[in-house]
Design a protein around this ligand. Sequence first.
Ligand code: IMP
Length: 201
Amino acid sequence: MRLVFATHNEHKLNEVRNILCAYAENNGTIPIDLLSLNDLNCHDDIPENENTLAGNARAKVDFVYSRFSVDCFADDTGLEIEALGGEPGVYSARYAGDGHDSLANRRKVMDLMQGVSNRRARFRTVIALRLDGNEHLFEGVVNGIITESERGIGGFGYDPIFQPDGFDMTFAELDIKTKNSISHRGMAMRKLVEYLVNYQK
Ligand code: IMP
């Protein structure tokens, strides 16, 4: 099944390719022939102005479908910090302004979290799938804490300041395979893949 992943984020694309490879290692087959927006020659800015993750994920697939009429999926992800009332949440990409600057976003979080003892946080991903004219949502969550300082050079976005429960390393210190096996995006993607496997039967 051909599906376009509606993202311009190379890190997300790389993670999703890895997740599909891991699925193939375990099950002997990949249910998705993955295409990127580059494959469609799509370089447009995709709007994400909704106030929920699901709303943004839907907006992305609707945008791509309206232009290219292809089956596609998109993810929207937020870092939800308990002590900040769930912020940055749906505003994670533009927390420190419209520049989508990950370093500035992390600095803003670190500043707000200075001296805060409750460091509980979670990443949440909602994937919207548009398939044969219908839309479906898949969610993934990983719980953890905001670290006291940045650690690690892997990953992207908020990875250097997020340490998942059960690990003493941040997402930026863990290898991509380990991150994918426990991450919000990994969990949502595995739900999507299971859905597609059963859909094809
Ligand atoms: P979006 O889903 O592309 O809107 O991403 C929202 C924000 O969260 C961006 O600043 C991303 O860099 C960040 N982000 C998304 N996924 C991850 C992740 O897996 N780890 C760390 N940061 C992420």
